[in-house]
Design a protein around this ligand. Sequence first.
Ligand SMILES: [Zn+2]
Length: 300
Amino acid sequence: MSEVTYYKATEIAERSWMIEYAFTEREHVYCYLVEGRDCALVIDTMYGYGSLKAFIETLTDKPLKLINTHFHFDHICANGEFDAVWMHHLDIANYNDSRVPDPEEMLKKAREEAFPGLAEKMELSDMCVFRTIPVYPLYDGDLLDLGDRTIEVVCVGGHSAGSVAFIDEERRIAYTGDCCNGNTLLGFGNSLPVETYLKNLLHFKAHQKDFDTMYGGHQVLPPSVIDEAIELCARVLAGTDDKEERPGMFGRTSIYAAAHGDSPIARADGKLFNMCYNPERRFEEKEEARVINFKPVPMF
Ligand SMILES: [Zn+2]
């Protein structure tokens, strides 16, 4: 293990921390720690650069319980440092199928992104090795009891079928992963149709009165972004969205519902929510007899 400091934390509310990378400014990836009387919740584990668990143990001495907002690899790579993980039941099969990059790849990526002078100090042994751990299901409406504080699970499936928000009503915070943000990706093979996502957003909206800030996996946003998401999904379903074509991941073209104008990230009209989606998967499909071919679900 090298002496590189990989993480830093900010206390965002009483006994509640946002954790981000300290060795780079190029990765906007966040995870969170919520400490209760009996245990502390770790919400996501990012990429596994350096020991997240060792860092968290400098913040709390409570037993750690790991929960994931969804199964994507930028949220789970250090899961293997923990004893078990809880996530929405609709993401468990995909989580079990997912392969995270090996430590050599992660070291290469970390070195490319590190502040000057840090890359050469990083060692392979700093990178987390992914390990299979027990996975337990969460359901919409579950209450996570930490002894003296309670966190509610709210399913906001879309980005992945089992994407969730964890709501701390007492602190007025929602930990939202990637379920609703300025770059909500609905184009994955296991994303949900826009129509289903809209239904889930309306369910999320019923909880909007319970929080003032949405702490996500990549962004911190106001709850009004939910209203923007509902409005934009309705436009997509009506066929009246901007349908802006932009270069997407892996050389593919992505269709964004709201135009960016000249900005690489911000919407031309100044609103915060945006999404890309598969035009062929706007509406829910009618129930048909299924054909199961035993192949993994393609990512795109
Ligand atoms: Zn994601």
